[in-house]
Design a protein around this ligand. Structure first.
Ligand code: NAP
Ligand code: MG
Length: 451
């Protein structure tokens, strides 16, 4: 098969057909990126900065177009899709300040001068999943380009449209040919080639833990640099002293945003036993009130799942789960699942342990702080989490005790482009975003000059 039929997940109707990059074409693109590298790394810092800022401006001029593509291709709500396109612009603007700031160090030594340099790696391969096609692409390419690398980027087969458009906008903004190349295609062909091709010096992968492990093992063969952003099973810990109304009102958005297809989804809610009944009674109207509508409707707060396969996988978790209550969802041929709350009393349950990646949240009571921390950490994942309490000392203590990369207290925020993002344990390896991201796309070189 040389093409992929892109479907609108809200209706299951075809949107367009996309040609898949072949292995030979992937090789040729990697070689072109390698050829473009010497000139790109030699672009003066101020000029590279200007090109990235120009790219950001061109993206900004196309926010509505990009958002519309994502609404149709990924079933994202308008609000999310506009935010996502804006996030690409913001990442480009933020990292456009990096080229002039790739500071080295001068380290005191006897008999000479010691200097360090951050040298770009060369060609970087970015592999993107279908859940957040635009932001995850930008988190990879913006800092990588700023540090002087060339990027080859493979979008998910299911959601290639915004990435293809971003590749065109990069050229329109004046980035030289070969500096950012978008290669729609199969993971097993194009993605795998990023791992095996010796000219690709780093792989930046976001997706399932299962594929992430294979990528890490494959990269070992060439000691290739790798960053992994994988799955999650994050806990939302609600203490009895919390503002329970606020905790219950925000909890649905922390897990059902993007129909739960979010590696940071707070898909386990832990509630202190003394507040358990009250919290559930506040949670129910918040879940029922969620506006699950066709995402072309501006009022929609939650859209469909990405595919029939994902829908089947999510529904499989509900077979043996104890459903407390569920919201509504449109009928029709789209890949809809209503937001669903299940009650868990055994941490061994599949719905409590596994990343559902759909609009399903499991709720469990806990007895005290130590119990809450132990339950939150009883997972091989460690990406994010939230703590609701009016006791800020406890908020900070629990945030420090939870083995995860991104915690928020009395909030569910986890991703800001200017703060570091990444996972503990099997949720990932390395960090993206934040002030240090460009350094992750460099080698630190040490040079000693004798007096
Ligand atoms: P996936 O298989 O890990 O896909 C992620 C990306 O990796 C896609 O671009 C995929 O290409 C590519 N890929 C697949 N196999 C590859 C290989 N052998 N070598 C190189 N690249 C490869 O994820 P999925 O199958 O779409 O989703 C399955 C589950 O993963 C979800 O249900 C969810 O639990 C988890 N997931 C997590 C995240 C996250 O943000 N952490 C994101 C997405 C999915 P193709 O599109 O061609 O397969
Ligand atoms: Mg897969």
């Amino acid at each position: 098969m040389t093409t992929h039929l892109v479907l609108n997940p809200a209706t299951a109707q075809p949107v367009t057909e996309v040609r898949l990059t072949t292995l030979d074409e992937a090789d040729a693109a990697i070689e072109r990126a390698h050829d473009a590298f010497p000139a790109w790394r030699a672009v003066a810092p101020g000029e590279r900065a200007m090109l990235l800022r120009h790219f950001a401006t061109v993206v900004d001029d196309h926010i509505e177009e990009l958002a519309e593509l994502e609404v149709r291709n990924a079933g994202h709500t308008w609000g999310n899709a506009r935010w996502e396109a804006g996030n690409v612009r913001d990442c480009l603007n933020y990292y456009s300040a990096a080229p002039e700031r790739m500071f080295g160090r001068q380290i005191p030594v006897a008999g000479g001068v010691d200097l360090t340099f951050h040298e770009p790696l060369g060609v970087v391969g970015v592999i993107v999943p279908w859940n957040f096609p635009m932001p995850i692409a930008g988190w990879g390419f913006a800092p990588a380009l700023a540090a002087g690398n060339c990027v080859v980027l493979k979008p998910a087969e299911l959601t290639p449209l915004t990435a293809i458009r971003l590749g065109e906008l990069a050229l329109e903004a004046g980035l030289p040919e070969g500096v950012l190349t978008v290669l729609p295609g199969k993971g097993s062909v194009v993605g795998e080639r990023f791992v095996t091709h010796p000219l690709v010096r780093k792989v930046c992968f976001t997706g399932s833990t299962e594929v992430g492990k294979k990528i890490m093992a494959g990269c070992a063969d060439q000691v290739k640099r790798v960053t992994l952003e994988l799955g999650g099973k994050s806990a939302n810990v609600v203490f009895a002293d919390a503002d329970l109304k606020a905790a219950a009102a925000t909890a649905p958005y922390a897990v059902f945003d993007n129909a739960g297809q979010d590696c940071c989804a707070r898909s386990r809610i832990l509630v202190e036993r003394t507040a358990y009944d009250e919290f559930l009674s506040l949670l129910e109207p918040a879940v029922i009130g969620l506006r699950v509508l066709d995402p072309t409707d501006e009022a929609s707060e939650m859209g469909p799942l990405i595919s029939a396969q994902q829908r089947a996988s999510v529904l499989g978790y509900l077979d043996d789960a104890k459903v407390a209550f569920a919201g509504s969802a449109p009928g029709g041929d789209g890949f809809w699942v209503p937001p669903t709350v299940v009650l868990s009393d055994d941490p061994a349950e599949r719905v409590w342990r596994e990343e559902v990646f759909g609009p399903v949240v499991a709720v469990m009571p806990f007895d005290d702080e130590a119990d809450a921390v132990a339950l939150a950490n009883d997972t091989e994942y460690g990406l994010s989490g939230s703590i609701y309490t009016r006791d800020l000392g406890r908020g900070l203590r629990v945030a420090r005790a939870v083995e995860a990369g991104n915690l928020s207290v009395n909030s569910h925020s986890s991703v800001r482009y200017w703060t570091p993002f990444g996972g503990y344990k099997q949720s990932g390896l390395g960090r993206e975003l934040g002030p240090d991201a460009p350094n992750a796309f460099t080698e630190e070189k040490n040079v000693f000059i004798a007096h």
